[in-house]
Design a protein around this ligand. Structure first.
Ligand code: NAD
Length: 476
């Protein structure tokens, strides 16, 4: 992926950080303290599989402990290395600060291709990795709380939670040691879809502002916008599904490991995902066009480009060829530092990763709070809310009939109005509020300062300023 002269992912994050701190009034000492990664633990462990011992290498990096626990996903991929994990941990610090979740930044990774192992083998590997991290408090409800990332999901999080509970039998808060668990194992409604849902809410918020749309040379709302998505995994699938089913966007191309599907008329995301689940790839998807060379499709004309796979895909080699006027970084680090400069000069607008994919950590925060409070959201209020709404409806109906006004409420309105908020509704409301509030904080810096011309620098400034304030209040 890397092109000659290209900064690494870790260097890219540092360079972006420095572009922001150059515009801030931080002491050099504090700036350095915020930038550096506090620690990275490397573990090599063996698991007996298929008759022999296989050795795996894993990492857990803690970027900043200005707030604890620290938070960040665990990635399973052959591309995992110390640099990558540290870059992702740094992004977690800034992301958590930007969306105002009370966590420091962390990230973990295991160098493994999960598709090479069956479920039972993956469970053995995951439990052993978790064991190594748990015994060093690198998984702990008060200190370090992982979540899913590329190559991991609910299943792995459930194994980790169970492993922690087995090793800490009297910890009443054991479930809060990891988020992204399935609902039956202490998870929360809406977590699986959260990052993709956050991308949808981020785009909706962006399109609410005329000046912002114009900065991306776009008009109108999301309806009818032509979208290209790279990566139809957890984040890409949910973002593409919600945007096409609920906001009227047309997904004209999906790029995956084995090429791309291109269809100007719009791709049915649910059908494509079902096909991928059955066959493991895009090839052979009926009706639409399959191109074996996926990366070139990033350069196709569209209104919105959503890279949702991995880092460094838009780099010095292809940045000048990208035609999308708006890029929303659903993946972490999809645009390198060098590419970012080229795109900015071209006038491409980028909604940065630390904001765009913060929906996952936001709902993880809700899950962690739920686990610590030992009660599902809405359990106390939902029926009381319904009873109060019913009283109001009945009173209005009585008044209408007493006064002979003949008012009637539509069944649809009545049903919606009478429904109390369940956990999913509350999670979505909290996520929407978080995405809107964070966007407004970024936007204020973007439009409010003459020396800030892009959302990424604005996001870094908001985040770094908040981290700096926390350090100062600790006397640093
Ligand atoms: P995932 O493993 O569910 O999906 C990744 C998808 O990308 C897969 O379908 C894979 O086949 C595809 N892919 C891999 N390499 C590709 C390539 N070279 N070209 C095209 N497609 C490729 O992972 P995910 O959880 O959806 O994560 C995707 C990105 O979003 C990562 O950068 C991750 O750090 C970020 N992210 C994820 C979450 C989360 O909650 N899962 C939260 C925040 C950020």
């Amino acid at each position: 992926m890397s092109v000659a002269g290209e900064a690494s992912f870790r260097e890219s994050v540092d360079l972006m950080f420095k572009r922001a701190t150059a515009l801030m009034d931080l002491s050099p000492g504090l700036e350095e303290k915020i930038r550096v990664c506090n620690s990275t633990y490397t573990v090599r462990f063996g698991v007996r599989l298929r008759g022999k011992i296989e050795t795996f290498t894993g990492y857990r990096s803690v970027h900043s402990e200005h707030m604890e626990p620290v938070k960040g996903g665990i990635r399973y991929s052959l591309g995992v290395n110390q640099e990558e994990v540290e870059a992702l941990a740094a992004l977690m610090t800034y992301k958590c600060a930007l969306v105002d979740t009370p966590f420091g930044g962390s990230k973990g990774g295991l160098c493994i291709d999960p598709r090479q192992w069956d479920e039972h083998e993956l469970e053995q590997i995951t439990r052993r990795f978790a064991y190594e991290l748990i015994k060093r408090d690198l998984i702990h409800p008060a200190q370090n709380v992982p979540a899913p990332d590329m190559g991991t999901g609910e299943r792995e999080m459930a194994w980790i939670a169970d492993q922690y509970a087995r090793m800490n039998t009297t910890d009443i808060n054991a479930k809060a040691c990891v988020t992204g668990k399935p609902p039956h194992a202490g998870g929360i409604q809406g977590r699986v879809e959260a990052t993709g849902r956050g991308v949808q809410y981020a785009l909706r918020e962006f399109f609410r502002y005329r000046e912002d749309r114009e900065a991306a040379r776009l008009t109108g709302d999301l309806d009818g916008k032509r979208v290209i998505v790279q990566g139809l995994g957890n984040v890409g699938y949910h973002a593409a599904k919600f945007l096409s089913e609920e906001d009227g966007v047309r997904v004209i191309a999906v790029i995956e490991r084995d090429g791309a599907i291109v269809d100007e008329k719009g791709i049915n995301i649910e059908e494509l995902r079902q096909h991928m689940n059955r066959t493991g790839g895009l090839a052979g998807f009926p009706k639409e066009r399959h191109l074996p060379e996926g990366a070139a499709v990033l350069e196709m004309e569209c209104d919105i480009l959503i890279p949702a796979a991995l880092e460094g895909v838009i780099n010095l080699g292809n940045a000048a060829l990208i035609k999308a006027p708006l890029i929303i970084e659903a993946a972490n680090g999809p645009v390198t530092f060098g590419a970012d400069e080229i795109l900015r000069k071209k006038g491409t607008l980028i909604i940065p990763d630390m904001y765009a994919n913060a929906g996952g950590v936001t709902v993880s925060y809700f899950e962690w709070v739920k686990n610590l409070s030992h009660i599902r959201f809405g359990r106390m209020q939902r029926r009381a809310e319904e009873a109060r709404s019913r009283l109001l409806v009945e009173e209005l109906e009585r008044l209408s009939s007493d006064q002979g006004l003949g008012w009637t409420m539509s069944q649809d309105f009545k049903q919606k109005f009478l429904q109390g908020s369940d956990e999913l509704a509350l999670v979505r409301s909290g996520l929407d509020d978080t995405m809107r509030t964070a966007y407004q904080a970024m936007r204020e810096v973007w439009h409010g300062r003459t020396d800030v011309n892009d959302l990424r620098v604005a996001a870094y400034i908001v985040a770094i300023d908040r981290v700096a304030k926390t350090y100062r209040s600790k006397g640093l």
